[in-house]
Design a protein around this ligand. Structure first.
Ligand code: PEP
Length: 264
């Protein structure tokens, strides 16, 4: 982690937790955060669409921010099953996960659709959390950087430097998502440094220094400290380990510890 960037710990709940579980979780998390006092880390949870309003209500007055897991590139229209960015903004949502590998793998998401969704999110005032990452065969073929450059160029190519500085990128090696096989801190740092270098080349050093880059892929309480010690890792996007209050809170605490270490 770097003292110049606000760390983010974000829970991606995928298709888990209906309104009852979401409300209970967020209330408990808010209570635990209150006990800890002011925090330096941005804490985000991303429930399913139907649980967003309940999460918002439960998070009210706490530092917890609520994210959606997708948004469409159009403002309205014949797009069954989709939700527009402005509709999320209307209910107070501030962040949206875009281009997650599960969307790319199962729902035909492409670099072009991720770009459209990202632009729509920004236009509606949402902070996109744009996911990129290579599959195992691409890593084994030595193509990780080429894949990241293609995905970043595809998603962010049409944006201004200022827009990119305000969004969040999540590096999620697909082979590490939900597999229990976390990237080593050296692998994570190398990919994050490459992404920052790519941002520098495309948008300049100010944007590269400002953009938060999260690691995602089997991050857990027992490996998170090592990941957060990487200078270009600004937090985590957490799937499985964010579903239990205890493990998510332990990971937020780990980020807080590091934030304190940095500022001290
Ligand atoms: C994710 O789905 O974004 C993710 C990182 O999942 P997990 O932590 O379970 O690997």
């Amino acid at each position: 982690m770097h003292p110049g960037r606000v760390p983010v710990m974000a829970g991606n709940w995928k298709m888990h937790k209906g309104i009852h579980d979401t409300g209970g979780f967020v209330r408990e998390l808010a209570a635990q955060l209150k006990e800890r006092g002011p925090i330096a880390t941005q804490v985000i949870v991303a429930p399913v669409f139907t649980s967003l309003s309940v999460a918002q209500q439960a998070a009210w007055g706490s530092p917890i921010r609520v994210a959606a897991q997708n948004c469409h590139w159009e403002a309205a229209g014949a797009f069954t099953g989709e939700v527009a960015a402005a509709m999320l903004q209307e209910i107070g949502i501030g962040h949206v996960i875009l281009g997650h590998s599960e969307r790319r793998q199962h729902f035909g998401e492409t670099d072009a659709t991720v770009a459209g969704r990202t632009q729509a999110a920004l236009a509606a005032g949402l902070v996109p959390i744009v996911c990129v990452g290579e599959v195992l065969a691409e890593r084994q073929a030595g193509a990780t950087e080429a894949v990241l450059a293609r995905q970043l160029g595809g998603a962010l190519g049409g944006l201004s430097a200022g827009q990119v500085a305000g969004l969040i990128i999540a590096y999620e090696p697909v082979w590490a998502i939900g597999t229990g096989q976390v990237a080593t801190s050296a692998q994570a740092q190398a990919a994050h440094a490459f992404i920052r270098h790519w941002l520098d080349g495309r948008f300049g050093p100010g944007t590269a220094a400002a953009t938060r880059i999260l690691y995602g892929g089997s991050a857990k309480p027992d490996n998170v400290a090592e990941l957060l010690d990487c200078p270009d890792v600004d937090g985590c996007l957490i799937g499985g380990a964010s579903l239990r209050e205890e493990s998510f809170m332990a990971m937020v605490d780990a980020a807080e510890k590091r934030a304190g270490k940095n500022s001290g």
